[in-house]
Design a protein around this ligand. Sequence first.
Ligand SMILES: *[C@@H]1O[C@H](CO)[C@@H](O)[C@H](O)[C@H]1NC(C)=O
Ligand SMILES: *[C@@H]1O[C@H](CO)[C@@H](O)[C@H](O)[C@H]1NC(C)=O
Ligand SMILES: *[C@@H]1O[C@H](CO)[C@@H](O)[C@H](O)[C@H]1NC(C)=O
Ligand SMILES: *[C@@H]1O[C@H](CO)[C@@H](O)[C@H](O)[C@H]1NC(C)=O
Ligand SMILES: CC(=O)N[C@H]1CO[C@H](CO)[C@@H](O)[C@@H]1O
Length: 239
Amino acid sequence: MATLSLTQCSLFLLLITLAASFFSPSSAQTKCNIKSVYQLGDSLADAGNVIRTPGATIIFHADRSPYGETFFRRPTGRFSNGRVITDFISQSFKLSFLNAYLDRGASFTQGVNFSVAGATALNTSFWTARNIRLPTWNTPLSNQLGIYPLGCLPLYLTTFPDNNTSVYDQLGCLRNFNDFASYHNRYVNRAMANLQREFPNVSIVYGDFYGAILTLIHRASFFGFNQNTLLSACCGTGG
Ligand SMILES: *[C@@H]1O[C@H](CO)[C@@H](O)[C@H](O)[C@H]1NC(C)=O
Ligand SMILES: *[C@@H]1O[C@H](CO)[C@@H](O)[C@H](O)[C@H]1NC(C)=O
Ligand SMILES: *[C@@H]1O[C@H](CO)[C@@H](O)[C@H](O)[C@H]1NC(C)=O
Ligand SMILES: *[C@@H]1O[C@H](CO)[C@@H](O)[C@H](O)[C@H]1NC(C)=O
Ligand SMILES: CC(=O)N[C@H]1CO[C@H](CO)[C@@H](O)[C@@H]1O
């Protein structure tokens, strides 16, 4: 992987973290100035790759309003009304926002954003061998990526409704999907431990999105969310 031939002061994010405070005091942030950030991921961190992938905007609409309306004031391909978490990390290191790697002519001197919405951890041949069809624009990442509690997402709650109340946990999330996400994330942690052994001089950070989102749902009022509409989407698919 080309991204691993990094200098000591590059940050290699397999995932995105909720805040710079996730970094321990002994981390790269305090030892040296971070000069660049390399991001891999999916729609949680996509800064404009999928909208540059031919055909993808038929399903992924981050090229249009209301995406981007509160910060960039225009859609940038981020799956957010404003910045994605990588943008906050870059800002905290006083770096410019990461450019999408498909953005021809953009500057990559401070790192690059490889995240693509809908990315799969396994490559396309894995799926076709099992007769599972993916969209032709699917962008596989050879890396394992952590995922959030899928069973709490409005999209999944809407797509897989169930009259059997015991399939939901006390938060109203679908248990099976969350168990599956936890299982996946356990393997991500193992893979990252191996990667860290292989590249001892690179800071590899695991952002625990799963735990962070569960905390957010548990303490919704504290974070300023309305408990009653927490698991509903404002618009679009699900809710
Ligand atoms: C897909 O992944 C498998 C397993 O990691 C690997 O053996 C294979 O070479 C990869 N195929 C492509 C087309 O990258
Ligand atoms: C749930 O129950 C309602 C009313 O009995 C029924 O119309 C609906 O199809 C059921 N939904 C599912 C997902 O089983
Ligand atoms: C409801 O779901 C639980 C947990 O998945 C399952 O054990 C139980 O058999 C289901 N009940 C019915 C009536 O389908
Ligand atoms: C890691 O950094 C140390 C100190 O700069 C250096 O001695 C060592 O060779 C480096 N190891 C690798 C694998 O690059
Ligand atoms: C704000 C900024 O400079 N970020 C860039 C990140 O990538 C997107 C997509 O390439 C660009 O539109 C932004 O300009």
